[in-house]
Design a protein around this ligand. Structure first.
Ligand code: NAD
Ligand code: TYD
Length: 356
């Protein structure tokens, strides 16, 4: 693992991963290819932008000419593929970008890796690795019991999860058909620093802090299995370094919560840490049950025993601790949040919530 192409490194998980690699693997050189969509923010990596082992490349994963130039010039031996359109609500509003980036973009990356690592007369040394970062949402929706394992049948139900499932199938096909050395992780919901405030946790932190309504979809009893983002990044690194080529590893937090519990927890932490609302009401009074998301998956939960048994990875941060750390981070990084809440975010927010 010397010359690492990270795609989508200016997003939430990618930026946390780039930071972790630069901290823990001083030999590695990182090339961060990011198109800087609304979700990509160079400020997420401001602290490392001058690190000599880090280079930012502004570009699209669908651009195969650019990909080939990067592979050739930088002798890429490792790909960690985060770049994606990642928000379910946006996929419902407009699926086209999801098909383009998540499916065709992954295809362009796979084709480039195949060209340089499989059909090339001089494949890179050390042995290359292509790690595809995916989601538990490909498995569909659980009832009250059961967990997703690596052998659970795919049953994606939103345009987002369908696009991720399609990319997973392509990645597996490149292993079985061409011998491309792939690895895959399917992870549950992440939370933590640099999370874009269209997603539940940062949206609720921002609104609750500012005394705005807290939109909870449906009855608030949908369940997600929350994992602190740095734990996800350590899992990815472990799979990259020690995982068996061709294998999928499920990654989860062992931390199932109903959405309403998550929202109430954030309200209580903020009541403790910041000035009370103008009318002295607890922040829970801001909660508004709103129209449900179309096709809203009821429950996700991961069985992460394979990665624990094979690679010794387990989450290190409990939800109780991680959510406090996360709230603190947002309170301490108001400037980051103000930078993110630009006009296009306000338009999105109005579209998404006025209709509800
Ligand atoms: P994000 O939306 O925060 O970041 C995505 C990044 O990809 C952004 O920086 C964006 O600019 C970039 N990007 C988008 N389209 C691109 C393109 N065509 N070319 C180059 N760059 C492009 O997403 P995230 O939450 O950090 O998720 C990263 C990956 O992890 C995704 O593949 C997602 O499916 C997966 N995942 C996310 C979660 C989660 O809870 N957030 C959980 C499991 C898996
Ligand atoms: P989200 O963060 O969008 O992640 P995902 O849909 O990929 O799991 O949403 C997490 C859960 O929170 C999901 O069940 C939808 C719900 N939700 C709300 O209730 N209100 C909100 O404003 C948002 C963004 C999500």
């Amino acid at each position: 693992m010397q010359n690492v192409l990270v795609t989508g490194g200016c997003g939430f998980i990618g930026s946390n991963f780039v930071r972790l690699v630069l901290e823990t693997l001083p030999e590695a050189r990182i090339f961060n290819l990011d198109k800087l969509t609304y979700a990509g923010n160079p400020a997420n990596l401001k602290d490392v932008e001058n690190n000599p082992h880090y280079r930012f490349v502004n570009g699209d994963i669908c651009d195969q000419v650019l990909l080939e130039r990067l592979f050739a010039e930088e002798k890429i031996d490792t790909v960690v593929h985060f770049a994606a359109e990642s928000h379910v609500d946006r996929s419902i509003e407009g699926p086209a970008e999801f098909i383009q980036t998540n499916i065709l973009g992954t295809f362009a990356l796979l084709e480039t890796a195949r060209k340089f690592w499989i059909t090339s007369p001089q494949p890179p040394s050390p042995s290359p690795r292509f790690l595809h970062v995916s989601t538990d949402e490909v498995y569909g929706s659980l009832g009250d019991t059961g967990l997703f394992t690596e052998t659970t049948s795919y049953d994606p139900r939103s345009p987002y999860s369908v696009s991720k499932a399609s990319s997973d199938h392509l990645v597996n096909a490149y292993y079985h058909t061409y011998g491309l050395p792939i690895l895959m992780t399917n992870c549950s919901n992440n939370y933590g620093p640099y999370h874009f405030p269209e997603k539940l946790i940062p949206l609720i932190i921002n609104n609750a802090r500012n005394g705005k309504d807290l939109p909870v979809y449906g009855d608030g009893k949908n369940v997600r299995d929350w994992l602190y983002v740095v734990d996800h990044c350590t899992a990815i690194l472990k799979v990259l370094q020690q995982g068996r080529v061709g294998e999928t590893y499920n990654v989860g937090g062992n931390s199932e919560k109903q959405n309403i519990e998550v929202v109430q927890t954030i309200c209580d932490i903020l009541d403790e840490k910041v000035a009370p609302l103008a009318n002295d009401q607890p922040r829970r009074s801001l909660i508004k049950f709103v129209k449900d998301r179309a096709g809203h998956d009821r429950r996700y939960a991961i069985d992460a025993s394979k990665i624990k048994n094979e690679l010794g990875w387990e989450p290190s941060v409990t939800f109780a601790d991680g959510i406090r750390t996360t709230v603190d981070w947002y309170l301490e990084n108001e400037e980051w949040m103000n930078g993110v809440l630009d006009g296009s975010y306000q338009d999105y927010y109005a579209r998404m919530y006025d209709e509800r």
